[in-house]
Design a binder for this molecule. Structure first.
Ligand code: F6P
Length: 357
């Protein structure tokens, strides 16, 4: 008999359900008897003992379903060791619930913050296996996270739609893409959507270079320009500021996000009419794309296999086209960023895309 806890934590994304289904299907197809405890709303469910007992039936028909059947929440790692408002020790509460239910393993699906807490629970002696979810694709130890490809599809769709209007009106358009502090999503959607300028956090931009590129396109007969701007894009000047100085600057920031600042600057410097589109959380929504369905199912099945073998303390990741197990201590607390000299950046530049640097 195996008793398994499942939880999804942090921002949701596509294929969370597909991944959980993969774990459960793999276990159901073994000779082992299994009990599944689904903790609701991420770590909160584990802290406060809020769970549902699940059977194979709960995982039927969810391969294509977006969101998460367990619900999710953000439980910041920064404050995980602080007692809650009633003085409850959250880490201890999670351990107590794990032991009370006599779980063999806790399967955690999450991104960066989630992995830090998962690793803490491992250090505290719990058997943990994790699965890498996030549209940001910024988890260390895996070439790919599930949710990413689906989000690339949605952000690309947004750029495609903008393309037709940009061409009709001869304007400059900015599509702001999610991705938190990294540029994977913007880079991929930008290239797929044929953006002319791609601005990502890893390559701070010079607004003059951005304007130069728009003007160069105009001189060459292109009446419109499309910029794919990461929500975390940063100018060269701001990148030089210390954390404290940057925080201070942001206190008086008058724009809703960086894209509006860039739009304003382009308008003022060169007189172009600029429009900003922010697809926002649509990028995390809807049905997972076929790639993510397959990918998340594979990772889920491999997680099931690790549980059956009693191998714990790993994230199931993907390296060089192989599903691999990566020790949790190697994953936690690290960010996988786009290297400014990565071949994909070089190739994008060869295609004439400007990074504004
Ligand atoms: O990590 C996924 C993500 O969608 C980021 O791309 C984005 O910065 C953040 O979550 C948004 O968080 P929230 O849903 O809490 O607003």
């Amino acid at each position: 008999m195996k008793r398994i806890g499942l939880l999804t934590s942090g921002g949701d994304c596509q294929a969370l359900n597909a991944a959980m289904r993969g774990v459960v299907k793999c276990l159901a197809n073994s000779k082992e008897d299994v009990e599944i405890y689904g903790f609701l709303e991420g770590y909160k469910g584990l802290i406060y003992g809020n769970f549902r007992m699940l059977t194979g039936r709960d995982f039927s028909g969810i391969l294509t379903k977006g969101g998460t059947i367990l619900g999710s929440s953000r439980t910041p790692f920064k404050t995980i060791k602080d007692p809650d408002e009633n003085g409850l020790d959250k880490v201890d509460a999670m351990k107590q619930n794990f032991y009370k239910l006599r779980l063999d393993c806790l399967v955690v699906l999450g991104g960066n913050g989630t992995h830090k807490t998962a690793n803490l629970l491992r250090e505290e002696g719990l058997n943990v296996i994790t699965l890498p979810k996030t549209i940001d694709n910024d988890l260390w130890g895996t070439d790919m996270t599930f949710g990413f490809q689906s989000a690339v599809d949605i952000a690309t769709d947004a750029i495609d739609c903008i393309h037709t209007t940009a061409a009709s009106h001869g304007r400059v358009f900015i599509v702001e893409v999610m991705g938190h502090k990294v540029g994977w999503l913007t880079l991929n959607a930008g290239m797929a959507g044929g953006a002319d300028i791609i601005l990502i956090p890893e390559i701070p931009y010079d607004i003059k270079k951005v304007v130069n590129k728009i003007e160069e396109r105009n001189r060459n007969g292109s009446s419109f320009t499309i910029l794919a701007v990461a929500e975390g894009a940063i100018s060269k000047e701001d990148a030089k500021l210390s954390k404290k100085e940057y925080k201070e600057k942001m206190k008086n920031y008058k724009y809703p996000s960086v894209s509006y600042e860039i739009a304003d600057q382009i308008q003022k410097m060169a007189g172009y009419e600029v429009r900003v589109t922010v697809p926002g959380h649509t990028q995390r929504g809807g049905s997972p794309c076929p790639y993510d369905r397959v990918f998340a199912s594979r990772l889920g099945a491999e997680a099931g296999e690790l549980i059956l073998k009693g191998e714990y303390g790993f994230m199931v990741g993907y390296k060089n086209r192989e599903v691999v197990k990566v020790p949790l201590e190697e994953v936690a607390g690290k960010l996988k960023m786009v290297a400014p000299d990565a071949s994909i950046v070089k190739e994008a530049k060869m295609l004439g895309i400007s990074f504004g640097n």
